[in-house]
Design a protein around this ligand. Structure first.
Ligand code: HEC
Ligand code: HEC
Length: 248
């Protein structure tokens, strides 16, 4: 195990949110194998980079999410959910086919790779999207929804689960800050109409059910650009995403 990972292990172990059993349960993934599949694919599974970008940064035109920097256990859960059809990808079951073509160990390895692959996020170009006819919301309104919700509609603050500016809270709550605009809007629509229903305790379906199209666009416009660094804290908040990804 590299020193870097030992340091991360200690950092994770010191987080009170983590019980010893959660650590013991976290199956180790091998990020090196994940990287190989990301770049080259495996058997009939195409390279993830061909749709998710060469750094895993996501792509608005292809409607793909950013994966790099995402919470490890969350990525792993999504791949399991696609493999078992608990979550379906509406674009010709692309991700269901991809996930089924990987072994459970490969899926764990992909999650380990993405969570440890630190990138400079490529922020959605909202002006370009608007010019191309995509409805783009108002970030200043979305900022309020992330921090305070919309009390009169019963929409809770996104921050209460997804942490400051949607930077994510391992193990359950994904990073939604600096995620791709198109992907955010699509998923919120899917939670609202129930076509995505793999959320524990229907948490996201309850959040989205009272949101209007405008609310969804507003919150996505803010989140797409939202920095994970809280005022006065220039540390690396996303370090708490790591559940130690190395089996070497
Ligand atoms: C042909 C294009 C394509 C390829 C190749 C592809 N993906 Fe995807 N992926 C998508 C799309 C599109 C979505 C969004 C699905 C949706 O909107 O429901 C997605 C979503 C995902 C998600 C869900 C992320 C989240 O935030 O919930 C994961 C995880 C993922 N892909 C992993 C992978 C991995 C790992 C590979 C390679 C083994 C891969 N993808 C290859 C198109 C692709
Ligand atoms: C009560 C807790 C809770 C609140 C509040 C909440 N979320 Fe979530 N959200 C979740 C959970 C849990 C998931 C992961 C579901 C899964 O496992 O697929 C999630 C997933 C998501 C996803 C999908 C991410 C991805 O990569 O696939 C988006 C987008 C999202 N939330 C947006 C929001 C927004 C916007 C708000 C505020 C309006 C919000 N959430 C408030 C619990 C919450």
């Amino acid at each position: 195990m590299q020193l870097k990972n030992i340091v991360k292990l200690l950092a994770v172990a010191s987080l009170t949110a983590f019980s010893a059993s959660a650590l013991a349960d976290a199956k180790l993934g091998n990020p090196a194998n994940g990287k190989k599949i990301f770049e080259n694919g495996k058997g009939s599974v195409p390279a993830c980079s061909s749709c998710h970008g060469d750094k895993g940064q996501g792509n608005d035109m292809m409607k793909t999410p950013r994966l790099s920097g995402q919470v490890q256990a969350f990525i792993r859960k999504q791949l399991e959910d696609f493999a078992t059809d608990k979550r379906t990808d509406t674009t010709m079951f692309t991700m269901n086919t991809v996930a089924k073509g990987l072994s459970p160990q490969d899926r764990a390895d992909m999650a380990a790779f993405f969570s440890t692959n630190e990138i400079e996020p490529e922020i959605s170009n909202l002006k370009e999207l608007a010019d191309a006819g995509t409805p783009v919301g108002r970030a200043y309104v979305g900022k309020g929804i992330v921090s305070y919700g919309i009390p009169k509609k019963g929409v809770p603050a996104c921050r209460s689960c997804h942490d400051y500016n949607g930077r994510g809270a391992a193990n359950v709550y994904p990073m939604i800050g600096q995620q791709k605009y198109t992907y955010l809007v699509n998923q919120l629509n899917k939670w609202r109409d129930g076509s995505r229903a793999n959320d524990p305790l229907a948490q996201m379906r309850k959040v989205a059910q009272n949101m209007s199209d405008q609310d969804i666009q507003d919150v996505a416009a803010f989140l797409a650009k939202a920095s994970p660094y809280s005022p006065g804290n220039e540390g690396l908040p996303h370090e708490h995403h790591y559940i130690v990804g190395s089996a070497d």
